[in-house]
Design a protein around this ligand. Structure first.
Ligand SMILES: Cc1ncc(COP(=O)(O)O)c(C=O)c1O
Length: 460
């Protein structure tokens, strides 16, 4: 099946130089960004000659571009089964921007509580700290969101909780909470719910639900670059009524009906929420990616990625000194996503990632994946050690920062690629790798004999 799915993606035939020769490039870093769909590049190519300003131009190209932009909005809405009477799709750069926007558009006071989980990406944590009081739902021993703690927090803080903001899938362990169960509980307590779907949208079907359904989601945030459409567009999909009140956080062109020296009459959302000229090509790219995901079928993708995850978890267990974090049971692969964090003995995670990249042609990520509280908990790092880490960072010793290595699957990855990874990790575990120099200030490792010239591959 994977061979079949590989045809949807560009760049999979790239060979890259590694120590001692060339190797096919293996991308196991899809949780950060996915490569583009072929269909997305074609859509951008076909659309570009017709591209022009949207909304305010009368020329054919402007009319066509406006239509394409608004069609993209409808495609995003349909992707999550959103009814446009109740819901609005607001385009923006990415999930981070979407969550920040929501944090401004919700009528929050500093004394209001936003309940987040302890596994959130910083993008679903820091915006709430700035606008409200954040309380954190604890973790289960496997690193999932602890439902009992959630219920206890709902009981404890009751009506003060205005929003529950959780991930649809963790970017660290691939944990997938039952978001509709959380939604029901949040609504029963009188709160709304945001689900950060950055790690879910390309891997599972999403249903936002009608507002009458007690399990509906109030808001969803997605990023195109994690959905095979790396053209700078993401979206916030949410309750229209929220965006009908108050004023936007960004003001300017496109957001108003009438402006006089003394009057500002705001336009309705989404216009009020998309100040300035939008990224039309990015919206077209995102919508085309959605159509391709639907064409392949999100259930097919989920099944394929679960099979890879099951295989990888089984194989990782066999590598000496490798510790996997989170829900490590291969039999649980269908209940989680294909994001797997691990460490290899005492080898620093950034060094493991460098060896995989420079010697095996494998792209992974290392560090704390913008989820430092979560990674530190999984690693069992106590508060005292956190102060020590802070001290180290102040003294420009990022190399001493703890972390993990993360692999994350896309729909095109294969078992053969996992086999190469396992071989590489076995070699690293046995200490079989070249010499590396560490840059203490930024924590990165490069081969001591490095002569890489990236401009040989691409130059603007
Ligand atoms: C769970 C989660 N939320 C939010 C984000 C932020 O997404 P973006 O960088 O596209 O804004 C990421 C990115 O890795 C993520 O994994």
């Amino acid at each position: 099946m994977a061979t079949n799915l590989r045809k949807y993606i560009v760049g999979l035939d790239a060979s890259v130089p590694v120590r001692g020769g060339m190797r096919p490039y293996i991308n196991l870093d899809n949780a950060a960004s996915t490569p583009p769909f072929r269909s997305v590049l074609e859509a951008v190519d076909h659309f570009s000659p017709w591209y022009s300003s949207v909304h305010r131009g009368n020329g054919l190209k402007s009319r066509l571009s406006t239509e394409a932009y608004e069609e993209a909005r409808q495609i995003v809405a349909a992707f999550v089964s959103a009814n446009s009477d109740e819901r609005v799709v607001i385009f923006g750069k990415n999930t981070t921007e979407a969550i920040n926007k929501l944090s401004y558009r919700l009528p929050l006071k500093k004394t209001d509580i936003v309940l987040i989980s302890h596994l959130e990406h910083h993008s679903n944590d820091l915006p709430w700290r700035a606008r409200a009081t954040v309380k954190r739902i604890g973790l289960t021993p496997e690193g999932g969101i602890d439902r009992a703690d959630f219920v206890a927090l709902l009981d404890k803080y009751g009506g003060r909780i205005k929003l529950v903001a959780i991930s649809g899938a963790s970017n660290v362990t691939g944990h997938i909470p039952d978001i509709h169960w959380f939604a029901r509980k949040a609504h029963e307590a009188g709160a709304q719910i945001l689900v950060d779907c950055a790690q879910l949208a390309a891997h599972r079907p999403i249903r936002i639900g009608s507002l009458e359904d007690p399990e509906h989601l109030d808001y969803i945030a997605i990023s195109g670059h994690k959905m095979y459409a790396p053209f700078g567009t993401g979206a916030l999909i949410g309750r229209r009524d929220t965006f009908m009140r108050s004023e936007p956080e960004y003001r300017g062109g496109g957001t108003v009906n009438l402006v006089t020296p003394t009057i500002v009459d705001w336009a309705a959302s989404p216009d009020i929420d998309e100040a300035g000229s939008p990224n039309v090509i990015g919206a077209v790219a995102l919508a085309r990616a959605i159509k391709t995901l639907e064409q392949i079928g999100l259930n097919t993708i989920a099944e394929h990625e679960a099979a890879l995850t099951r295989y990888a978890l089984t194989k990782l267990k066999e590598v000496p000194n490798v510790t996997v974090y989170g829900e490590i049971e291969p039999s649980y692969a269908t209940g989680r996503s294909g994001v797997i964090p691990f460490t290899v003995g005492n080898v620093p995670p950034h060094l493991v990632a460098a060896i995989l990249g420079f010697e095996w042609g494998i792209g992974v990520r290392s560090g704390c994946f913008c989820a430092q509280p979560y990674v530190m908990s999984l690693l069992g790092i106590d508060r005292q050690t956190q102060y020590r880490i802070r001290y180290n960072l102040l003294h420009r010793r990022r190399d001493l920062m703890p972390g993990m290595v993360r692999i994350s699957f896309g729909l095109y990855n294969t078992r053969e690629e996992i086999n190469v990874l396992i071989k590489a990790l076995a070699a690293i575990s046995e200490g079989k790798y070249g010499g590396y120099a560490v840059d203490r200030a930024n924590g990165s490792y490069t081969p001591i004999d490095d002569t890489e010239d990236l401009s040989a591959y691409f130059k603007i």
